[in-house]
Write a protein that binds this ligand. Structure first.
Ligand SMILES: C[S@@+](CC[C@H](N)C(=O)[O-])C[C@H]1O[C@@H](n2cnc3c(N)ncnc32)[C@H](O)[C@@H]1O
Length: 272
């Protein structure tokens, strides 16, 4: 998907995305900000920030003398983030609509560079993750921290395969389009070797278990509030409804009662 397509998919799903914040995005974002060991006064770049699941806790951690630049393509998610920041009286966070692969740090960033880079559930959307990470690392200070979250191997598997079984009954040639991108980063070993390729040391990877009850509302929000939404774009409303019913029926038939949202939280120190 192009940047414009991603933006329109996430904008269209902003309502469902926000309903997933407490159970899905929020816990991982909190864990990431915590594991980055942010200190008061630090400057943080959060890319693919969505509505600020990791950027908001990062802003709370760096405090009024620090700053967070939170970058995403989807205006509607950024707006949700601005509202939360304003509710919490966080004035040190700026939500910016930009492509993370083209982002240029403004002059408000200290000359030494950002102290930390965060990216929660975002790296697999970047068309060339190696180039993107290398470029972003150049915006960091010579010794800085990098942190990301990704779906752990096996996470969302039953959920996604059941969804595609339902979808292919209506769209026979529908295929999971991002499986390879997700698989590239879904184990601790894969993440560790990817990060060490950028001169990362002190790699720390923790697994966040997150088994969610597969209620009809949650599973459908997970389709509409994320990238899977794009698979429904060519369909009319009646077919979308038929896919939804089929999907819920298959989940019941297969006795699937939970969605495994297991996540790896990886942080490292990068020395340039
Ligand atoms: C699954 S969401 C995660 C959002 C957020 N980090 C969170 O955990 O709630 C992925 C986000 O990546 C954003 N995204 C994808 N490609 C991007 C790019 N090239 N530049 C900026 N944002 C991007 C999407 O707009 C979407 O908001």
């Amino acid at each position: 998907m192009s940047a414009d397509e991603l933006a329109s998919v996430f904008n269209a799903g902003a309502r469902e995305f926000s309903r997933l914040s407490p159970s899905v995005w929020g816990p991982a974002g909190q864990a990431l900000a915590f594991q980055l060991r942010l200190r008061p006064g630090e400057a943080v770049l959060d890319v693919c920030c969505g509505a600020g699941a990791s950027a908001i806790p990062a802003a709370a951690a760096v405090g009024p003398t620090g700053l967070v630049h939170a970058v995403d393509l989807a205006d509607d998610l950024l707006e949700q983030g601005r509202l939360v920041a304003s509710d919490r009286a966080l004035k040190n966070i700026e939500f910016v609509r930009a492509d993370a692969t083209e982002w240029e740090p403004p002059s408000s960033v200290p000359r030494r560079g950002y102290d930390a880079l965060a990216c929660s559930y975002g790296v697999f959307f970047l068309p060339h993750p190696n180039l993107a990470l290398a470029r972003l690392v150049r915006m960091l200070r010579p010794v800085a921290r990098v942190g990301l979250t990704v779906w752990r191997r096996g996470a969302l598997e039953q959920f996604a395969s059941t969804y595609f079984d339902a979808l292919t009954r209506h769209v026979p040639d529908a295929r999971p389009s991002r499986a390879a991108a997700l698989a590239r980063f879904d184990t601790a070993d894969a993440l560790r070797s990817w990060l060490t390729g950028y001169g990362a040391a002190s790699v720390e990877i923790n697994e966040l278990s997150n088994l969610l009850p597969a209620t009809p509302e949650l599973v459908w929000d997970m389709v509409l509030g994320g990238a899977l939404r794009s698979s429904l774009l060519p369909l009319d409303a009646d077919t979308v409804e038929a896919v939804r019913r089929e999907f819920l029926g298959l989940l019941t038939e297969r006795d699937i009662e939970t969605v495994d949202a297991g996540t790896l939280v990886a942080t490292a120190v990068v020395v340039r």
